[in-house]
Design a protein around this ligand. Structure first.
Ligand code: SAM
Ligand code: SF4
Length: 330
């Protein structure tokens, strides 16, 4: 699939549920209203849509959410998708998770051909962890990481940089990640969805400042490691690991974008930072043959925008994009 700007689209991210067992302060409000079950695609429908994308050239599939591992029977979707790995049509099947259910599922994920996972942890301090996630327990996630290690899954840590919350701790986290053999990515807070009050302005911390601070303690050298995504990577000499910076607000990465995002209602977003979307649920349900859905996918890709419109500043108090990250899956 080629978009109007000549970008090759071979990466699909699928938010399999908008629900979550955490309520991270930058992601959700405490009282979220979730989608009615009837609007959500069944796991069979999600698998059919993924298969259509794979047929059109998608090589990498990431399941995310909400929390993907809290969706009932989610392993049946992983098992179904693993057949495309076995056939060679799909090169990578992976997920982004908060780690709360990893203890239960790590081995089964590995058995399905998952090799690498992203686990989101913003702090190694149990009290802060509770404050950030509202409902999460750090112990549970640590047990999940141990299970992932035991199952041979390669882990990358995702941490959102939060001013006045974890900024002083990111160096220790980087060292800790390196000691465990994990790469790490630090993410700048993105203005998505209402999370209450002026929280976002308070949380925003430019990664240029984070990098400057980390450089006092670590030797960071730019490397040409690219995933087609918004992360820019450096090598950390002291740990031998990689550190990525995801800076959607201060760095333009759109020219190399290779991805589209599917929500659990079958809505395809061609850009994380834009409202334009295509409904794939209707063509999917219209007929058992895939012709209509394939046509809808092609039509959507032909509308993929050149770039995003994120902005956080005092003149723009509301979120730049109304939907929460848990809808499109980050
Ligand atoms: N629940 C899973 C998790 O937390 O890893 C997967 C979904 S979560 C929406 C995906 C990633 O988006 C997480 O790493 C999370 O920290 C990040 N995220 C959520 N809201 C964000 C925001 N407003 N700005 C930046 N990153 C955000
Ligand atoms: Fe849940 Fe992930 Fe959002 Fe936290 S970031 S509330 S774990 S979806």
């Amino acid at each position: 699939m080629l978009d109007p700007f000549g970008r090759h689209i071979d990466y699909l991210r699928v938010s399999v549920t908008d629900r979550c067992d955490f309520r991270c302060v930058y992601c959700m409000s405490e009282n979220m209203t979730f989608l009615p079950k009837k609007d959500v695609l069944s796991l069979e429908e999600l698998e059919r849509l993924c298969a259509a994308f794979i047929g059109l050239g998608v090589k990498k599939l990431r399941l995310t959410g909400g929390e993907p591992l809290v969706r009932k029977n989610i392993m049946s979707l992983f098992r179904g998708l693993s057949s495309h790995l076995a056939s060679g049509a799909l090169e990578e099947l992976t997920l982004t998770t908060n780690g709360s259910q990893l203890k239960k599922y790590a081995q089964e994920l590995a058995d399905c051909g998952v090799r690498r996972i992203n686990v989101s942890i913003d702090t190694l301090d149990a009290d802060k962890f509770k404050a950030i996630t509202r409902w999460g327990q750090l112990d549970q996630v640590m047990d999940g990481l141990a299970a992932a290690d035991a199952a041979g899954l390669k882990v990358k840590l995702n941490a959102v940089a939060l001013r006045g919350v974890n900024d002083e701790e990111l160096g220790d986290m980087l060292q800790w990640a390196g000691d465990r053999g994990y790469d790490m990515t630090i993410i700048e807070v993105m203005p998505m969805g209402d999370v209450g009050g002026d929280a976002r302005l308070d949380q925003y911390l430019p990664l240029s400042m984070v990098r400057a601070k980390l450089s006092e303690r670590f030797s960071l050298s730019d490397i040409d490691y690219k995933t087609g995504g918004p992360a820019r990577y450096v090598e950390v000499k002291e740990t031998g690991g990689r550190l990525g910076f995801i800076t959607p607000l201060t760095h333009n990465f759109c020219e190399s974008c290779n991805r589209v995002r599917l929500t659990c209602t079958g809505t395809l977003f061609m850009c994380l930072g834009q409202e334009d979307a295509a409904d794939l649920r209707e063509p999917l349900r219209r007929s058992e043959a895939d012709d209509a859905v394939i046509e809808a996918i092609h039509e959507a890709i032909s509308r993929k925008p050149k770039g995003h419109d994120f902005i956080i500043d005092r003149r723009h108090k509301g979120p730049a994009v109304g939907r929460h990250m848990s809808v499109t899956g980050g």
